[in-house]
Design a protein around this ligand. Structure first.
Ligand SMILES: Cc1cc2nc3c(=O)[nH]c(=O)nc-3n(C[C@H](O)[C@H](O)[C@H](O)COP(=O)(O)OP(=O)(O)OC[C@H]3O[C@@H](n4cnc5c(N)ncnc54)[C@H](O)[C@@H]3O)c2cc1C
Length: 395
């Protein structure tokens, strides 16, 4: 029988010791799913040394052997303590696929490097003409001896500017129906013929890139799964991408912030917290947050007994991201004009100059803008609704 309160205490003790003020500041100033990269990597190394970097992985591959409740406690305490987010495309997304589809050599080579942070992975699925309709992707991989020769481009590749590895969906057969001619390749980003162009987002930050492949030679040994079976690998992976995230923890943190902002933000002679319309909107969001929490617990409970999140992960993705955006709007309304200035330098964890906005409003605008993308990445809200209609409701 696990003593959960004692486990929570041990996590808190570790976080208290391991999180330096700079790392906590990086966590506090995180305005998207990604924290400052240097802080994220430094935090990854500390978690790795502790053996806690991959809470969801089985023990045989380097996981800590926690049950579902321990993992939730760990995530929650990390959020509460303002730990930076670790770049998750390797550990959360590719790792489970390697365990499932990888050869022994691939597992042996990639998994330890993923844990240590020696390999930073990015995800090369989307292309300029292939997003929601991913199966129409055109980047081609043609066999030439013991290599594939890859040509084409991937877009919206998060963190490609920091990554040194990319997992890609590529077309290996044009003569069959689109889904049947796709393969899954693991590619080193410093291979000759690859170039990376950063994309500056609306919030002024660079988190995504376009990656170009010009006759890039990739060893056939880097194929994950069978040739032309990449679609099965990709679909499995997407369910981890959508279902692996714990939205409730994010939502709870946003709600705590809103309550603090409501107290600190003046509005005429009273405060926003006393405004009846505001209270109504907040209460609605809190009710939805409870429903989300229960749904996530249900899904995770099923996962504990070996189930794949399946199409239900789409449900949580829609509700979690749309609720997050409503909470961003509440925050914006609360801080009002203080949300105005968009000063990227003050969001640098090492910034120590004057503060043009109050501390409680520092990240509000950047979070609001960045989080508009949450209903697009990992599959748009419209696409998720279609999946729910077909696979959950049977329509
Ligand atoms: C911040 C961010 C990070 C991302 N990171 C990555 C990454 O790391 N790796 C990666 O590979 N990709 C990444 N993406 C790409 C993302 O997966 C795609 O943007 C997404 O799948 C949508 O594709 P699209 O942009 O081509 O839009 P489109 O597919 O062109 O969609 C445009 C609009 O049409 C709607 N639509 C399209 N088809 C249908 C349909 N059948 N029914 C109803 N409505 C439909 C969509 O919902 C959307 O509103 C990222 C995107 C963003 C914004």
């Amino acid at each position: 029988m696990i003593d959960y309160p004692a486990f929570r205490e041990s996590v808190r003790d570790f976080l208290h010791e391991a999180l330096t003020p700079e790392l906590r500041r990086a966590g506090e100033l995180t305005t998207s799913v990604f924290s400052d990269f240097d802080a994220a990597l430094a935090w990854q190394k500390k978690l790795h040394a502790q053996g806690w970097i991959a809470p969801d992985w089985p023990k045989e591959f380097g996981g800590p052997g926690w049950d579902i409740q321990q993992r939730a406690i760990f995530q929650e305490e990390c959020k509460l303590a303002n730990a930076p987010s670790v770049v998750m495309m390797g550990i959360q997304m590719l790792g489970p696929m390697l365990m499932h589809y990888g050869t022994e050599d691939q597992k042996h080579h990639y998994l330890p490097r993923m844990l240590s942070g020696e390999h930073i992975w990015c995800q090369g699925y989307s292309e300029p003409g292939a997003g929601s309709d991913l199966a129409s992707l055109k980047t081609s991989a043609i066999r030439d001896g013991s290599d594939y020769v890859v040509t084409g481009t991937k877009i919206w590749t998060s963190m490609a500017q920091h990554a040194n590895q990319i997992f890609c969906l590529v077309r290996t057969d044009k003569s069959v129906k689109p889904q049947a001619g796709i393969s899954f390749l693991l590619i080193e980003l410093d291979s000759p013929g690859i170039s990376i162009a950063p994309i500056v987002s609306l919030d002024g930050q660079v988190e995504q890139c376009q990656v170009f492949f010009d006759d890039v030679r990739v060893p056939c040994a880097n194929l994950l799964g069978a040739e032309n079976d990449g679609w099965s690998v990709a679909k499995f992976l997407l369910e981890f991408e959508r279902g692996g995230h714990n939205f409730t923890i994010d939502v709870k943190k946003q709600l705590r912030k809103i309550h603090r902002q409501a107290e600190l933000s003046p509005w005429g002679e009273s405060t926003r917290a006393e405004d009846i319309v505001f209270q109504h909107r907040l209460a609605e969001a809190e009710i939805d947050a409870l429903a989300l929490e229960h749904t996530e617990l249900r899904i995770k409970g099923a996962a504990e007994t070996g189930g794949n999140p399946g199409a239900l992960s789409s449900l949580v993705k829609v509700v979690g991201t749309e609720l997050g955006q409503r909470l961003n709007e509440l925050s914006m309304d609360l801080v009002g004009p203080a949300a105005g200035p968009q000063c990227l330098n003050i969001l640098d964890p090492l910034y120590s100059g004057d503060m043009p906005v109050p501390e409680h409003a520092l990240t509000t605008m950047a979070e609001y803008i960045n989080n508009r993308a949450s209903t697009i990445y990992g599959g748009t809200a419209e696409i998720q609704r279609s999946i729910i209609a077909k696979k959950v409701l049977g329509l």
